[in-house]
Design a protein around this ligand. Sequence first.
Ligand SMILES: O=C(O)C(=O)C[C@]1(C(=O)O)C=C[C@@H](O)C=C1
Length: 170
Amino acid sequence: MKTASAATDSIRSLVQTSAQRLQIAEKVALAKWYSGASVEDASREVEVIQKAVKDGTNAGLESAQVERFFKAQIEANKLIQYSLLAEWQRQGQAPEQAGANLVKEIRPQLDEIEKQLIEELKQSAAARSAKTCPSDVAKAVAEYLDSRNLKTDSREGAALDRAMGSACIR
Ligand SMILES: O=C(O)C(=O)C[C@]1(C(=O)O)C=C[C@@H](O)C=C1
């Protein structure tokens, strides 16, 4: 039988990988600042969800659950992008960094993270079905943010709560 801490560890891993996906949102925003592309790309969203559902069901996960989880990942990603782009508009400039190429460099990174998230969704299935899941997730998010000196009411905190908002199996 899995111990409570093993269950919580599996949720912690999921939170960390979800946070990694959100770090990439900053690169996406920068690429879009320079290219002028819209934050929302509906056809790419369909592609991301379809791939996740395919990989998830192959791994034995329930498709509706995988879909809800990845929709939340995308919504959180957009939240970061809109917030950063508005901040750069207010400042009249973005950080001076060469923007990475969205299609050739950034999306492949998101695709790699997708595979890891599927694996971790599988590992955390029992923990995500537990009654304590909502509070376990919320606490794991706070723990992650605290370890990086970020506040729960920061942009990153709000986005990570959003990303993990559909993680529990109801
Ligand atoms: O690939 C992009 O263009 C992104 O902005 C990333 C992402 C995602 O989270 O996967 C988020 C918003 C878009 O609507 C499509 C996909």
